[in-house]
Design a protein around this ligand. Structure first.
Ligand code: MG
Length: 203
């Protein structure tokens, strides 16, 4: 199982981090050891600043390579809410030095993901889902998936040109604006179409 993460997929988020809006999907990987469904996240000590990035997560249900965008919707049927936890100070150094984002993005437990629910249970298209994140009860991120620069189907078509998608692979589809710091004792709740799915306490 692999975790594919799309970066800079919402214009306002790219702008808040002072990045150019990409012309093609930008993606990177987290290993399977990043995945956690646990309710607790233990803040590592190797960086100064960890940040949350709330994202819609899609689970691949069918093997595919070079998937045509028109058929991409056949390759997923479940969605969840996840946090792409990022060691932001390390990432900034990696970016300035032209290095890959491995240390800042791929560490253990950097991908808490809620339970998956059938997309069909939401009764809406994947291009029109509202999701949100609260930090200590205050809403810090909210978006509609219609604001993605590259839709889920476009991401699948693009990524599968280079990398075969397998059953159980996860795609983090990018975070909207409002990313911010994670500190001990913070509590995060993630919502998809107002359903509370993710519950994470920082220890
Ligand atoms: Mg992200």
């Amino acid at each position: 199982m692999k975790i594919i993460c799309v970066g800079r997929n919402y214009i306002e988020h790219a702008e808040e981090l002072h990045h150019a809006v990409p012309a093609k999907p930008l993606f990177f990987f987290k290993p399977d050891t990043a995945l956690t469904s646990g309710e607790d996240f233990y803040l590592p000590s190797f960086a100064e600043r960890f940040e949350y990035e709330c994202e819609l997560v899609v689970k691949i249900c069918k093997v595919g390579k070079c998937i045509d965008r028109a058929f991409a919707k056949n390759y997923y049927n479940e969605v969840a809410i996840g946090l792409d936890i990022t060691a932001r100070d390390i990432q900034q150094k990696e970016i300035s030095q032209g290095l890959p984002w491995t240390l800042s993005k791929a560490f253990d437990y950097s991908a808490p993901v809620s339970e998956f629910i059938p997309l069909s249970s939401l009764g809406k298209e994947i291009t029109n889902l509202d999701f949100a994140l609260t930090k200590n009860g205050i809403r810090v991120q909210e978006a509609n998936t219609g604001s993605m620069i590259f839709s889920v189907d476009e991401i699948i078509a693009y990524v599968s040109q280079f990398v075969t998608l397998k059953v159980g692979d996860l795609i983090f589809t990018g975070t909207p604006q409002g990313v911010g710091s994670i500190n001990i004792n913070d509590h995060f709740a993630g919502y998809l179409e107002a359903r509370p799915l993710l519950n994470l306490t920082i220890k």
